[in-house]
Write a new protein. Structure first.
Length: 212
């Protein structure tokens, strides 16, 4: 049974550039190479079409994630929608990817004001130069903490009860994420105050395959 469209926290993708993926090009530059690797594979367009054809309890969801404010850090604009209704996204966010500790990374989540103004702006990331981080709102407790498993492979999750959600009677939401070079698996669910499941995919994670 389809319960609720997934609220994806993070995504992946690679690009071809002079016989190298975009991830490989980025991490060759100076700085924190592991952070740059994670940020690079989170960029691109994805969908869950393959999974939806195998199991009809999953929707075909499109997801676009592209870098903005490139001189200010590692920020991504994220837009998520039914693939058949991409002009009406149900999720629009900005993510900030940082190193959390020697062994972990964080993907923080921000809400935009006036979502409708930004529909389709993944095609024009420079549009976000008209606003600043002071004009978006951090969703406290909803950051995903990730560890690097191996090259182009990260996994992590939100805190068990830290991400507040009131959707469909929930008290908190929880996301478990695994990022690979060619796909991302994300299991997003809501729970009530007693810890009972109330929304989200029942069987397991959504699988988003890279398109570019």
């Amino acid at each position: 049974m389809k319960r609720l469209l997934p609220f994806l926290i993070i995504l992946i993708s690679t690009y071809s550039c002079n016989n190298k993926t975009k991830a490989e090009v980025i991490v060759e530059s100076d700085g924190d190479t592991e952070l740059k690797e994670l940020f690079a594979i989170m960029q691109g367009s994805f969908n869950s079409e393959i999974q939806s054809k195998v199991d009809s309890s999953y929707y075909n969801i499109s997801l676009h994630m592209y870098p903005i404010w490139e001189d200010k850090g590692h920020f991504l604009y994220v837009e998520q929608a039914l693939s058949s209704r991409q002009n009406k996204p149900y999720l629009q966010r900005i993510y900030e990817v940082t190193r959390n500790s020697d062994n972990t990374f964080s993907s923080a989540v921000y809400k935009l004001n006036a979502d409708s103004l930004w529909i389709g702006k993944w095609k024009d990331p420079k549009a976000f130069d008209s606003i600043t981080i002071k004009e978006i709102a951090l969703k406290e407790g909803c950051d995903v903490i990730l560890s690097r498993v191996s090259k182009n492979h990260f996994s992590g999750k939100t805190g068990d009860t830290t991400c507040v959600s009131t959707m469909r009677g929930a008290s908190f939401a929880r996301s478990e994420v695994e990022i690979l070079e060619d796909k991302i698996m994300s299991w997003d669910r809501g729970f009530d105050a007693e810890g009972n499941y109330v929304w989200g995919a029942e069987k397991g994670a959504y699988i988003f395959n890279k398109l570019d």
